[in-house]
Unconditional design. Structure first.
Length: 240
């Protein structure tokens, strides 16, 4: 993708370049579908830019409006992700999933709720795999926390709890892994406590795995101690 995309303006520039990068892969049907998506995406960026300008003038939209507009943006992203999958273009799919983080930050900025978190979870996983320094991992864990806090009630209720690959579960498990890699015990406590709150039936497996990996990953003593505490005290633990 060249450079890291950080803003809606960056995302818009990415989508302005995308048609020229994909035209060789399209037949007429794909081309028409893609053109319609790009037109709709341009309209979304126009709306978001207008709202951002109004927010600077202290004319904010409601959280309900932010949720609805954000939903529309995510619907377009999901259609593009599906198209990249059908065309067998995994790198383009990953790039668009990274852009979903920009859309999420826009929704969160305007106090909206997130109803689609699967592309965000995939983007977090790709980002975590490319990071090693603790500051970057800490920032990533904080962004994951923002997504958890902004998730819709339907996602939070975790009705599909039998599916190990559901995005809500993967988000919490991956955030636990990222937090552990920071070696920041205060951050780890917050993340572990929220895992116990949101995934009480599955936290044991996470702490068991963390215990098994302690020697392999050479955790420092304070991190080892905290993981051991959560592992051994889990049945008696109370949140406060």
């Amino acid at each position: 993708m060249g450079k890291t995309l950080a803003s809606l303006e960056d995302a818009r520039e990415y989508f302005d370049r995308l048609p020229g990068q994909l035209e060789e892969y399209f037949d007429d049907a794909y081309q028409n579908a893609f053109d319609n998506l790009m037109q709709a995406m341009g309209q979304f960026f126009d709306i978001a830019a207008t709202i951002n300008q109004q927010a600077e003038d202290e004319h904010s939209i409601s959280s309900h409006e932010a949720t609805d507009i954000g939903d529309h943006g995510f619907t377009l992203l999901l259609k593009l992700i599906d198209l990249m999958e059908k065309l067998d273009l995994p790198q383009k799919r990953m790039e668009i999933e990274q852009i979903s983080l920009i859309f999420a930050r826009w929704i969160i900025r305007h106090r909206g709720r997130l109803n689609h978190i699967e592309p965000l979870v995939n983007a977090f996983a790709h980002s975590a795999n490319s990071m090693s320094d603790k500051q970057s991992l800490t920032i990533l864990a904080e962004l994951m926390t923002m997504v958890i806090d902004a998730a819709s009630d339907e996602i939070r209720h975790d009705l599909d709890s039998s599916n190990l690959y559901r995005p809500w579960r993967l988000l919490h498990i991956n955030r636990g892994i990222v937090a552990t890699r920071t070696h920041n015990t205060e951050l780890m406590k917050k993340v572990f406590d929220e895992m116990l709150l949101y995934l009480p039936q599955e936290a044991d497996a996470f702490f068991n795995e963390a215990m098994n990996e302690m020697d392999t990953l050479d955790y420092p003593p304070n991190v080892r101690k905290l993981i051991e505490q959560y592992h051994h005290q889990r049945p008696r633990m109370r949140l406060h």
